[in-house]
Design a protein around this ligand. Sequence first.
Ligand code: SF4
Ligand code: SF4
Ligand code: SF4
Length: 256
Amino acid sequence: MKIEKKPSVAVYKLSSCAGCQLELLNLEPYLLDILEVLDIRYFPMAKREAGSGPYDLGLVEGAVTSGEEIIRLKKARADCRLLVAFGSCACYGGLPSMKNWVAERLVEERVYPNLAAVHSIKAYGIDEYVKVDAYLKGCPVSRDELVDFIKGVLLGTKPYLRPHSVCVECKLHENLCLFVTEGQPCMGPVTTAGCGALCPSHGRVCEGCRGPANDANPESLVETFEEYGLTRADITRRFRKYAGMTPEFERGAVSS
Ligand code: SF4
Ligand code: SF4
Ligand code: SF4
């Protein structure tokens, strides 16, 4: 994956809250170094001038929710040597994908006063439409993973993207398990690590924002959630909040 010269970078936005782009701008201790080593050419949220492609690296934030976005995404794919799904919206559909289980028209009516110009479609991650070279998960992306990834691109090394569950990081932090000791409905056992068990470390259950871990066992988690007294609708909502379009979390949603 190594890029020899100073890599040119484009940052795109589809349907998203811009929080992942903000995390890129929030890399304050590294920002000046990053500008030294990356040629950030296209980044409408941060730069007035837009340098033209082709680019070495494209970061795509957001889910695809309209035909116009499919066209923009395909152009981004054609313009970028490496294309990265940047954040859970781009990886799995993320928060926008919560609408996929409601009639499209009902969702549109809740948001737009005039529906004449609205042509939305189900929210998918970007690999539904184009080949993706790497996935940076999380809502928002983890700054540490982002820095690791940039180093990997510059050095030609494989970034360390964690396959195990949030529980592993939670144990490494020596947190008291909210799930086992307090019976709280934590998605940590089925969610991929990389955030440093951020939420349980602050006394809150994991909501599953990074999507499924390798070898996730959603059916078993559903059984325990039911023992804890969660309703089926509650359990389904938990599995569909960020990554309900993935086969693993959909298994959890339908088995509840
Ligand atoms: S993944 Fe989360 S933070 Fe990033 S753009 Fe989507 S909603 Fe915003
Ligand atoms: S609190 Fe959640 S993430 Fe932490 S060990 Fe327990 S189940 Fe896993
Ligand atoms: S603990 Fe869960 S919800 Fe919180 S940041 Fe990590 S993956 Fe996301």
